[in-house]
Design a protein around this ligand. Structure first.
Ligand code: GUN
Length: 296
């Protein structure tokens, strides 16, 4: 048996297209484009790659991009002051501070300063709390994108067993909340879970977000399971220093057992950026007192 490969890249391209199509009506109504401010502190190579991709996608969708790159040595109070300026800036609908932030900056303290209405990452406690109690909120991009892929593949998720592996605030916890809202029976597994293979085997849905390359093996899966691999890990593949991106799931063995699986790269990753644009558009409409754009 060979699993269906879920084409996140194609799905993300369609979502980006939907966002781009909705921009002219906003411009017509407000006389400006929706704007996304991206803040990068320091020179972490992976973060630089992600930020470049986010800026490029923002411009391609016809949104305004405000880029702020500050040195590694930036003081927390200067970063806070920048976020406060962006909160006040009427052209800015979304604020994204790329994580991780260099030590000794306190990430939680910085996120707490972001206006929840502009928090397109959905990381502010006001948005995390709203998600937990089922109120309208800005939802973290990666879990929102993962859910869109699951609904596309499975339709109604009601009653399905979902196992989320990982309990981060960025992915695991919001993913579990979203699946619960869809009436799944949700288990959150993590590094202290006893007998992880046994827990994972319950899952009609498995979402892997642990950051351990190829850890989840095909033999651990329930036959026919839908597997969403959030991991992006760079591994060395030869003694010349060649590297390759892999997920948290061992793709080769998983495709023998799963019903469907997202590849790495080309699965969840592209969805994250597409949802960021979607969240920016949604935030822009909400801030402007306009109804949410159709279908988004
Ligand atoms: N670092 C890794 N993923 C993310 C994300 O989704 N948003 C931000 N701001 N930083 C990240």
């Amino acid at each position: 048996m060979s699993a269906e490969i879920i084409d996140g890249k194609a799905f993300a391209a369609a979502l980006r297209g939907q966002v781009a199509q909705a921009v002219p009506a906003f411009v017509e109504a407000k006389g400006r484009k929706p704007g996304l401010a991206v803040v990068l502190i320091g020179g972490d190579p992976a973060s630089k790659v992600y930020v470049r991709a986010k800026v490029k996608a923002t411009l391609e969708a016809g949104l305004e991009s405000f880029e702020h790159q500050l040195p590694e040595t930036t003081a927390q109070r200067d970063l806070v002051a920048l976020v406060e300026r962006l909160n006040e800036d009427g052209r800015v609908d979304g604020i994204l501070v790329q994580l991780p932030l260099p030590a000794p900056i306190n990430e939680k303290a910085v996120i707490a300063v972001i206006d929840p209405a502009k928090d397109v990452d959905g990381f502010h406690v006001a948005n995390a709390g709203a998600l937990a109690v089922g109120e309208k909120s800005l939802v973290p991009c990666t879990p929102f994108g993962a859910l869109a892929l699951l609904k596309h593949r499975l339709g109604d998720l009601s009653g399905l067993e979902a196992v989320v592996v990982g309990r981060s605030n960025i992915v695991g916890k919001p993913m579990a909340q979203l699946l619960l809202q869809q009436n799944c029976t949700v288990t959150i597994a993590h590094s202290r879970t006893r007998d992880l293979p046994e827990v994972i085997r319950r899952g009609d849905i498995v979402v892997a977000a642990i950051g351990r390359p190829q850890m989840i093996r095909g033999e651990w899966l329930k036959p026919g399971a839908t597997v969403i691999d959030v991991g992006i890990n760079r591994i060395v593949v030869d003694n010349q220093g060649g590297t390759r991106l892999v997920g948290d799931v061992d793709f080769d063995s998983a495709t023998e057992v799963a019903g469907a699986i997202t590849p790495v790269p080309g699965g969840v990753g592209p969805m994250t950026i597409a949802v960021l644009l979607r969240n920016t558009l949604v935030a822009a409409h909400a801030r402007a007192g306009l109804p949410a754009p159709e279908g988004l």
